[in-house]
Write a protein that binds this ligand. Structure first.
Ligand SMILES: Cc1ncc(COP(=O)(O)O)c(C=O)c1O
Ligand SMILES: N[C@@H](CCCC[NH3+])C(=O)O
Length: 412
């Protein structure tokens, strides 16, 4: 494994300056400002293709919650991917990006009546049912529309995914899905089959996110297949969850083919779908920040927990590098902090940055493509950063920078 394995595919360092998609980050920062997310389009596409190639006979739904905008939606069709959305807002982005509704799967543990009506009226390919209340609601809505809606049942297989507790979803105590152990999943199958306005396409499970070992996936697949077969159910969607490396030296995750091979071994001839999010979007994007002050161990940058809440929420660990110039100064221990009014507003702990780091220097944080822009907020009225896609020496703004006017527009 190379020391730089956490950087996107087109990464090049020239005289100390990081280049992505053939462009110097110093030029990108000058033109678009910081903080900014730089998305290496070739890297995103290659990772999506790796999933597509790993499962030629099945379906790959991109988990849009990792990062979604209309431009990403437009990439999916040519890449052969479908889309998983889990709210009305994500559905709206799918529509704005021209996603064919038949290629959309609609998730969520509390879809509103309005969201379900919209999904049915638009003709989404599949709704993944999460509760008995929702099952009855959807049956009524589909009947109202004179439709037979394809559905899957989300099953909680009782598997420990070995990840942070806030992002584990496969245990028996999860808020998601119907419990296998308690018999709810079996009851849900019977109830769907009794509804003329619903057609049971298959079963779904998703055991969690940022998972770096295969045993939990294998166990879930085994339990799901054993449950599906006697019921004559032929399709399984085994969710997303494959993790990524955030820092050089982090354990390398299995590849999509390695994961799919394990799933296929457990499920035999059942039709499979998967829903990768982080493993496609995460490694494709680098966050750029400008250093504002250096005070003792603290390096303060122009973003923070509003554009990356993951360290504060999950104790997530990142790496960073000086990306705007060469330095021969010895590395020194630094804590990269944001500009928010919280002591926990820490972006990178234990960063080794050159001792001559100074205001105006640009820091780059790799593996910033998943659950960062999509989870960004406006704490302290900080506008959210843009996303700039780079490819073959050209840059395109795919999400523009939020402005103070955007924020002020909400006030009456
Ligand atoms: C139902 C479902 N599918 C897919 C995903 C995507 O997961 P990941 O980004 O970990 O691949 C998630 C999020 O964890 C999810 O909840
Ligand atoms: N937001 C989480 C992942 C959530 C997965 C959504 N089902 C993270 O950043 O790790």
């Amino acid at each position: 494994m190379s020391i730089d394995s956490v950087w996107p595919a087109t990464t090049a360092w020239r005289e100390g300056v990081l280049h992505l998609g053939g462009l110097a980050v110093t030029d990108l920062a000058r033109e678009h400002g910081t903080p900014a997310y730089i998305l290496d389009e070739a890297d995103f596409h290659a990772r999506a293709r790796a999933w597509r190639d790993a499962l030629p006979d099945g379906d790959v739904h991109y988990g849009g919650k990792a990062f979604l905008c209309p431009e990403v939606v437009r990439w999916l069709g040519p890449l052969g991917l479908n889309l998983d959305v889990c709210t009305g807002g994500e559905l709206a982005v799918a529509q704005a990006g021209g996603m064919p509704p038949a290629r959309v799967v609609f998730h969520g543990n509390n879809k509103s009546v309005t969201e379900l009506r919209r999904a049915v009226a638009w003709g989404v390919g599949c709704v993944v049912l999460d509760s008995f209340t929702e099952l009855d609601r959807l049956a009524a809505i589909a009947a109202e529309h004179g439709r037979v809606q394809d559905v899957m049942i989300r099953v909680t297989p009782g598997v420990d995914a070995r990840t942070h507790k806030s992002i584990a979803t496969g245990g028996d105590d999860s808020k998601f899905g119907f419990s296998l152990a308690a018999g709810d999943a079996a009851r849900a199958v019977g109830r769907v089959r009794a509804q003329p306005s619903l057609r049971l396409r298959g079963l779904h499970s998703h055991i969690g996110s940022q998972i770096l070992t295969l045993d939990g996936f294998a166990e879930a697949a085994r339990r799901m297949a054993a449950f599906a077969r006697p019921l004559g159910i032929e399709r399984l969607d085994l969710g997303g969850g494959l993790g990524i490396a955030y820092r050089p030296g982090d354990p390398q995750p299995p590849t999509p083919s390695e994961l799919v091979a394990v799933l296929q071994k457990e499920t035999g001839d059942l039709h499979l779908s998967v829903e990768p999010g982080r493993s496609i979007a995460g490694p494709s994007t680098v966050a750029l920040y400008t250093v504002g002050t250096v005070k003792g161990p603290y390096v303060s940058v122009d973003g923070g927990m509003s554009d990356n809440p993951r360290p504060a929420m999950y104790g997530a660990a990142y790496t960073t590098r000086l990306a705007s110039r060469a330095s021969t100064a010895a590395p020194r221990a630094a804590t990269v902090v944001g500009k928010h009014c919280e002591s926990g507003d820490i972006l990178v702990r234990d960063a080794g940055l050159p001792a001559d780091l100074a205001p105006g220097d640009i820091l780059a944080v790799p593996a910033s493509g998943a659950y960062q822009r999509s989870m960004a907020g406006n704490y302290n009225h900080v506008p959210r950063p843009p996303v700039i896609a780079v490819r073959d020496g050209a840059a395109r703004v795919v999400v523009r920078r939020e402005t103070e006017d955007d924020l002020l527009r909400l006030y009456r």
